[in-house]
Each structure stands twice: as structure tokens, then as C-alpha cells.
Write a protein that binds this ligand. Structure first.
Ligand code: HEC
Ligand code: HEC
Ligand code: HEC
Ligand code: HEC
Length: 248
């Protein structure tokens, strides 16, 4: 099992490198954000003490984990049981979810199929740092990895003003949306799309964000850690209309 996991980690690194060569404009890889040899590239998810990011572990020679990169999110063994490879504790706060008068997935009769509610699946993993309260170094395996005082937590991401996540998006849910919004161009992401649903066909944060590397041609505050070449290309995989709805 451990062997299989390290093989897949290596495979990802190689495939990500290949992508970078093809799309040179994409943002830096996690491993390219290291503060060595005058390098100034920043990848905000590189929390190693050797990183260029603002939020990074304290330099601590007695804890070699502080110099690692993947450890803040992954572990090759003894990971959280429900998600292979994951090295974080489940966040404890209540998040709520985005809601609006026109949102179909939140209708009481659709919710039994859409399962829309509190964040679940891998979105909870993102929120184990983006919850405004859990220490960035609070990993599942071993004691908390130390960060400098005042730099050990990040802001709370309010889900009431961010795109809905953690709902099943299948043909049944799409059918309900189309009944209410026949002209709004809703569709499931086509096969092979950069936009991926999870194994249970749920839309999660990773539908739009790639936590490893920004794949956008023009990385910006509008496309942070983006899964696709540009902002609209990602939205249009599911909202096939002009103009696009604003990002909630
Ligand atoms: C900020 C958190 C974070 C960091 C740091 C991170 N990852 Fe990930 N990684 C994720 C998330 C989230 C997923 C997707 C989980 C899911 O979709 O269920 C993932 C998935 C993966 C996968 C599975 C890919 C797939 O498509 O199934 C591999 C392999 C992986 N990461 C390797 C790495 C390696 C190697 C590093 C260090 C260089 C790293 N990750 C650092 C968050 C992170
Ligand atoms: C181990 C902690 C950790 C985890 C887990 C994590 N993040 Fe982050 N994330 C950070 C930090 C630290 C920053 C930088 C915050 C800052 O600069 O204010 C950040 C920034 C971001 C940004 C903004 C980048 C920018 O350029 O402004 C996005 C988007 C983001 N994360 C998405 C995600 C998603 C999606 C997941 C889950 C797939 C995730 N994060 C999981 C720590 C984490
Ligand atoms: C529909 C696509 C989409 C999904 C799904 C999505 N985001 Fe975002 N996210 C964006 C866009 C677009 C931006 C940049 C514009 C903005 O700030 O609204 C952004 C910005 C961010 C930022 C940086 C700015 C800020 O508001 O702090 C963070 C952090 C972030 N997202 C995390 C997450 C997390 C965590 C999830 C899952 C709970 C998630 N996102 C789900 C599209 C998405
Ligand atoms: C994986 C498919 C998918 C992607 C990618 C996606 N959306 Fe959505 N979006 C949906 C679904 C499904 C809903 C829920 C519609 C409903 O229930 O009425 C939704 C809801 C919305 C809503 C709220 C509609 C309302 O009635 O309140 C807005 C606004 C929106 N999306 C904008 C965007 C933008 C902007 C992007 C790109 C940054 C984006 N979406 C990317 C599938 C997606």
C-alpha cells in the first residue's frame, strides 16, 4: 500500500511537470516556490519553512517535518481513514452554505437528491485551513508543526458568499435545475473536462481550484489556484451561456 502511494505521488509530480512544459504561463509548482538560489517564485500552498510564501512554518532544526512541502496536506501512511493520503484533522466549526432565492439545489424537494448542506468530502479538507481557526501546522500525524506567532492561521472563507459546493451534480439534479431555469445553459462538465466532480459526483472546491498549481494562463486574484486556462473557460463547462452569471 505504502509503495503504491509513493508511486502515485511520483507519477503526479512527473505529470505536473509535463503540463508545465506545455503551458508555460501556468503558475509555479509547489516545489518551485522554494527560497533557494535567489528564487522568488511563490506558491501560497508551499508552507515549508524554506518557502517564499508569507505563511510558512518556523525554521525548526529539531523538527525536520517543517522543511517538507506535501506534509501539510498529505501523508504516505496512517492518513485520515475516509480519504487516502490526507494528513489533516476534520475542521470543527459550522460553515453553513451559499443560498439564494433562485438556487434550485437548495429547494427542500431537490435536497434529497442534491444532498446540499454543510460542506463534505475534500472541501472539508480545504476548510481545515481556510476556517479561520485551525492551525496551519495541525497535521493528523504527530504534534503540531510550529509556525511563527500570528502567522499560524489564515482567514475564514465565508461560504455564504462563495460558489455552492458539496452537492451532487448528476442528471437528476440537472433535470430539476433545467425545469426551473430552462434558458440558463446549465450542463454537466463534459467528459475529459478540466472541471472534475468527485467520485460521488459531487461538486467540491477542487472543481474550480487545483490546490497544487495555478493552471491559469494569467494567474490573478480572479483565477487563484485555477484548474483551467482562464476564468470563463472553467465556468462555461457548466454554465454554457453569455454573459456568465457573476461569481457569488
Ligand atoms: C494545500 C494542500 C495540498 C498540498 C500542500 C499538496 N496537496 Fe496533493 N492534494 C490536495 C488535495 C485537496 C487533493 C485532492 C483530494 C481529492 O480530490 O479528494 C490532492 C491530491 C493529490 C494527489 C492525487 C491526485 C489525483 O488526481 O487523484 C496526489 C498524487 C497529490 N495530491 C500529490 C501531492 C504532492 C506530491 C504534494 C507535494 C509536492 C502535494 N500533493 C501537496 C492538497 C494538497
Ligand atoms: C495546509 C493548509 C491549507 C490547506 C489544506 C488548503 N489551503 Fe488554500 N491556502 C493556504 C494558505 C496559507 C494560503 C495563503 C493565504 C494568504 O496569503 O492569505 C492559501 C490560499 C488559497 C487561495 C488563494 C490563493 C491566492 O493566490 O490568493 C485559494 C484559492 C486556496 N487557498 C484554495 C484552497 C483549496 C481549494 C483547498 C483545498 C483543495 C485549500 N486551499 C487547502 C493554506 C491551505
Ligand atoms: C465555481 C468555482 C469555485 C468553487 C467551486 C470554489 N471557488 Fe474559491 N474562488 C473562485 C473564484 C472565481 C475566486 C476569485 C474571485 C473571488 O474571490 O470570488 C475564488 C477565490 C477563492 C479564495 C481567495 C479569495 C477569498 O475569497 O478568500 C479562496 C481562499 C478560495 N476561493 C477557496 C475556496 C474553497 C476552500 C472552496 C471550497 C469550499 C472554493 N474556493 C470553491 C471560484 C471557486
Ligand atoms: C461543476 C459545474 C459548475 C461550475 C464549474 C461552475 N458552476 Fe456555477 N453553479 C453550478 C450549479 C449546479 C449551480 C446551482 C444552480 C441551482 O441550483 O440553481 C451553480 C450556481 C451558480 C450561481 C448561483 C445561481 C443562483 O441562482 O443563485 C452562480 C452566480 C454561478 N453558479 C456562477 C458561476 C461562475 C461565475 C463560475 C465560474 C467561476 C461557475 N458558476 C462555475 C455549476 C457550476
Amino acid at each position: 500500500m505504502i509503495k503504491a502511494l509513493s508511486v502515485s505521488l511520483a507519477a503526479l509530480l512527473i505529470s505536473t511537470m509535463a503540463t508545465t512544459t506545455a503551458a508555460t504561463a501556468a503558475g509555479p509548482l509547489l516545489s518551485e516556490g522554494l527560497n533557494t538560489g535567489g528564487n522568488t517564485k511563490v506558491n501560497k500552498h508551499n508552507l515549508s519553512s524554506k518557502s517564499n510564501a508569507t505563511f510558512r512554518a518556523a525554521s525548526n532544526p529539531s523538527d525536520p517535518r517543517s522543511t517538507q512541502i506535501c506534509i501539510f496536506c498529505h501523508t504516505p501512511h496512517n492518513s485520515v481513514p475516509q480519504t487516502a493520503l490526507w494528513n489533516r484533522k476534520d475542521p470543527t466549526r459550522y460553515f453553513g452554505h451559499y443560498s439564494s432565492a433562485s438556487l434550485v439545489i437548495d429547494n427542500s424537494n431537490v435536497r434529497s437528491v442534491s444532498q446540499y448542506g454543510e460542506p463534505n468530502g475534500s472541501s472539508r479538507l480545504c476548510l481545515s485551513c481556510h476556517d479561520g481557526q485551525t492551525a496551519l501546522g495541525a497535521v493528523w500525524n504527530g504534534p503540531v508543526i510550529q509556525f511563527p506567532a500570528g502567522q499560524d492561521k489564515i482567514a475564514f472563507l465565508s461560504l455564504s458568499s462563495h460558489h455552492p459546493v458539496s452537492f451532487v451534480y448528476n442528471t437528476a439534479v440537472l433535470g430539476s435545475i433545467m425545469t426551473k431555469k430552462p434558458t440558463e445553459g446549465y450542463q454537466l462538465p463534459p467528459p475529459g473536462s478540466v472541471v472534475k466532480l468527485d467520485r460521488r459526483q459531487r461538486m467540491q472546491c477542487v472543481a474550480c481550484h487545483d490546490p497544487h498549481q495555478d493552471q491559469s494562463d494569467t494567474p490573478s486574484a480572479l483565477t487563484p489556484f485555477w484548474v483551467g486556462p482562464d476564468h470563463d473557460a472553467v465556468c462555461r463547462e457548466c454554465h454554457n451561456i453569455n454573459p456568465l452569471p457573476p461569481n457569488p
